[in-house]
Design a protein around this ligand. Structure first.
Ligand code: ADP
Ligand code: MG
Length: 227
């Protein structure tokens, strides 16, 4: 199978004034198309940093990051944003919805930025909200939705511009266990339909969800396993 992500000796050092914080200490892995990947590890092990670099939200200090065979590690911010917009759907633990906009408008937003005409983007946003089981909540604002429902809106938004890959950082971290299970079902379904999904979690119970598990510890890969 085709390799869609490759990290090669990736290091990330955050500069905090005079202090260097080493977040990633030379990690290398490959992800193939259609995999369901779980990146697991304790708090502070470098999970979010890894996912942000994969999602073109940040750049490594050194090393190479290939997405579909293209090295994105040294691209400028504009080129990085372009790749992010074309290929990546990112889901955050805190949902990151805009509070003044309805569910429908939140899902429409990335399509609006891309210049998709109103009628078309509204139709697609409705379809996506139906896909995540929120067809009857399209005019609700985030404050009128439960956490699980907000995360579903965020997933619909991540899918808006037809990304090749879905990356989710602790997507169930703020949810009760039932809502969390429902969200994971959506990711499973997307993966079954062919989407490559990468989920970051500190919850060891989620290990069995994926078919490729990467364990991080202190910015290094401690173990990598295929199930
Ligand atoms: P995880 O998601 O596994 O909890 P992170 O990738 O967020 O880990 O963080 C890895 C390490 O890098 C931690 O020590 C954290 O404190 C540090 N770190 C993360 N983001 C920043 C930042 N923006 N500035 C400075 N240090 C950071
Ligand atoms: Mg994190």
């Amino acid at each position: 199978m085709e390799i869609v992500f490759e990290m090669n000796q990736v290091k990330k050092i955050y500069k905090m004034g005079d202090v260097d914080v080493k977040a990633l200490d030379g990690i290398s892995f490959k992800i193939k198309k259609g995999e369901f990947v779980i990146i697991m590890g304790p708090s502070g092990s470098g999970k979010s940093t890894t996912l942000h670099i994969m999602g073109c939200l940040d750049k490594p200090t050194s090393g190479n990051v290939y997405i579909d065979g293209v090295d994105v590690s040294k691209l400028n911010d504009k080129s990085l944003a372009k790749i992010r917009g074309e290929k990546i759907g990112f889901v955050f633990q805190q949902f990151n919805l805009l509070p003044r906009l309805t569910a429908l408008e939140n899902v429409e937003l990335p399509m609006m930025y891309k210049g998709v005409p109103l009628k078309k983007r509204r139709k697609r946003a409705k379809e996506l909200l139906e896909l995540v089981g929120l067809g009857d909540r399209i005019n609700h604002k985030p404050t009128q939705l439960s956490g699980g429902q907000m995360q579903r809106v965020a997933i619909a938004r991540a899918l808006a511009n037809e990304p090749s890959y879905i990356l989710a950082d602790e997507p169930t971290g703020n949810l009760d266990s039932k809502s969390g299970e429902d969200i994971l079902e959506i990711f499973k379904r997307l993966n079954k339909d062919g989407m490559t999904v990468v989920i970051v979690t500190h919850d060891p119970e989620l290990e069995l969800l994926g078919n490729h598990v990467i364990f991080l510890r202190d910015g290094k890969i401690q173990e990598e396993r295929y199930l």
